[in-house]
Design a protein around this ligand. Structure first.
Ligand SMILES: *[C@@H]1O[C@H](CO)[C@@H](O)[C@H](O)[C@H]1NC(C)=O
Ligand SMILES: *[C@@H]1O[C@H](CO)[C@@H](O)[C@H](O)[C@H]1NC(C)=O
Ligand SMILES: *[C@@H]1O[C@H](CO)[C@@H](O)[C@H](O)[C@H]1NC(C)=O
Ligand SMILES: *[C@@H]1O[C@H](CO)[C@@H](O)[C@H](O)[C@H]1NC(C)=O
Ligand SMILES: *[C@@H]1O[C@H](CO)[C@@H](O)[C@H](O)[C@H]1NC(C)=O
Ligand SMILES: *[C@@H]1O[C@H](CO)[C@@H](O)[C@H](O)[C@H]1NC(C)=O
Length: 373
């Protein structure tokens, strides 16, 4: 376990450490550079049990990897956090301050000053095939942001959701062309569409260059639309009654004091329902992860692929008012992380521990969990 606080720029730094490790180039040097897969969920908490529904993900990635339990996001809000993940910069440096165009979310200024230098763009210019599927930045596809035809530089394959999280009735930019989806589960459910286009990419990509994939699911963000087969899962689950639940923060920050306590029964039901539905949507993410790993294995790529699993920020179900706001706090910022135990020894940096282990390329899974945005 790495007990070091990571800056929000942890992901590009970790990737850099991993990709630049001399030990990663096997003797003889004929082997390809490693592939990297980043799975990014939306608003997935870690401290309220957000990983519980992801049984297969835990078995296939976390249990074979290392969890970084002390990593934090730079901002507990979708767009600034995603901009940090992509650019490796803190919000005060990339200038994406909120989820609006005025706040630089997918704005022309972002497109000009940051987007050409995201780590996927840099990987692409160093010879990687790059694949994106899912939610990018909240304002992506807005008219003021160049619309759906804007494909950020450095992506070889681009399947990006127009604007914010949805599960049905949405538009994707498919390499710059708009495609509308309806509400028929078997062809339109977004988490499954992302799984399918990801498998297609693995089938049809070139085998001559390494690849980077970023799969950014809308789940478990609102509107929490579960796949039909999961609509009645977790029937008896309720939001955890932890020590913050339904407690008035009289002596706390003004934002915390906005919450009405005690909550009405309707509010409590709302929270319990939201909590359950969030978990239901994650079951489809778990299926996506399983399909992806099976396909990587079937294509003979698994042993040469780093897999990261994380979220843009956390979430809490302490009060419905606070749920609408981006509150600073452990529930919302915590960002634990994991990597393959065979290659990552506790207390060492990824590079040191990889170097310390000469088998190098059997390392598989770097596994990261995040909190809210
Ligand atoms: C948006 O980004 C540009 C370019 O970095 C910067 O000049 C501007 O101040 C930013 N806007 C906000 C609201 O921070
Ligand atoms: C987002 O940031 C911009 C620039 O600071 C500000 O004008 C706008 O009011 C903010 N919007 C929200 C919803 O916070
Ligand atoms: C999708 O759009 C149709 C037609 O506009 C509408 O009837 C339906 O309620 C929408 N479904 C969802 C899940 O938003
Ligand atoms: C949903 O899509 C499937 C596959 O294309 C099709 O067989 C089915 O008829 C569609 N269902 C509805 C309700 O349109
Ligand atoms: C995904 O692909 C599977 C297998 O081809 C198919 O059965 C399923 O309907 C597809 N799902 C979506 C949402 O396209
Ligand atoms: C709210 O729920 C509690 C516990 O279920 C119950 O005892 C109480 O009567 C309910 N209050 C109202 C106003 O429905």
């Amino acid at each position: 376990m790495c007990a070091r606080r990571s800056p929000p720029a942890w992901l590009p730094l970790l990737l850099q450490a991993v990709l630049l490790c001399p030990a990663l180039v096997p003797a003889g040097g004929e082997s390809r550079r490693p592939n990297v897969v980043l799975i990014l969920t939306d608003d997935q908490d870690v401290s309220l049990g957000g990983m519980t529904p992801l049984r297969k993900t835990k078995a296939l990635i976390a249990d074979l990897g290392v969890t970084f339990t002390n990593a934090y996001v730079g901002s507990a809000l979708c767009c600034p956090s995603r901009a940090s993940i992509l650019s490796g910069r803190y919000p005060h440096n990339h200038h994406v301050v909120n989820n609006t165009i005025e706040g630089n979310c997918s704005s022309k200024a972002w497109q000009k000053s940051q987007e050409p230098y995201t780590f996927p763009a840099l990987l692409h210019s160093s010879g990687y095939q790059t694949f994106f599927a899912g939610k990018y930045l909240n304002q992506y596809g807005s008219e003021d942001a160049g619309g759906i035809s804007h494909v950020p530089p450095g992506w070889s394959y681009w399947f990006a959701l127009e604007k914010n999280s949805k599960y049905y009735n949405y538009t994707l930019s498919e390499n710059g062309r708009a495609r509308n989806y309806g509400q028929n589960y078997s062809v339109d459910y977004l988490t499954d569409v992302l799984a399918n286009v990801s498998l297609d990419f693995l089938n049809y990509k070139s085998n001559n260059e390494p690849f980077f994939m970023m799969i950014a699911t809308p789940a478990p963000h609102s509107p929490w639309t579960a796949a039909p087969q999961y609509e009645s899962s977790f029937k008896d689950v309720t939001a955890p009654r932890n020590s913050n639940f339904n407690v008035h923060g009289k002596d706390k920050h003004w934002l915390i004091r906005q919450a009405k306590t005690p909550m009405s029964n309707t509010s409590i039901q709302f929270l319990d329902n939201a909590f359950r539905k969030r978990w239901q949507t994650l079951l489809s993410v778990d299926d996506l992860v399983e399909k992806l790993l099976k396909q990587l294995q079937a294509r003979g790529e698994l042993d040469n692929t780093f897999i990261f699993f994380t979220s843009d920020n956390g979430y809490h179900t302490v009060s419905p008012v606070l749920n609408q706001l981006s509150v600073r706090g452990e529930d919302n910022h915590g960002l634990p992380v994991t990597a393959d135990h065979k290659t990552m020894e506790s207390g060492s940096s990824p590079c040191q521990s990889i170097k310390g282990n000469s088998m190098s390329l059997t390392l598989k899974s770097l596994y990261l969990f995040g909190d809210r945005g």
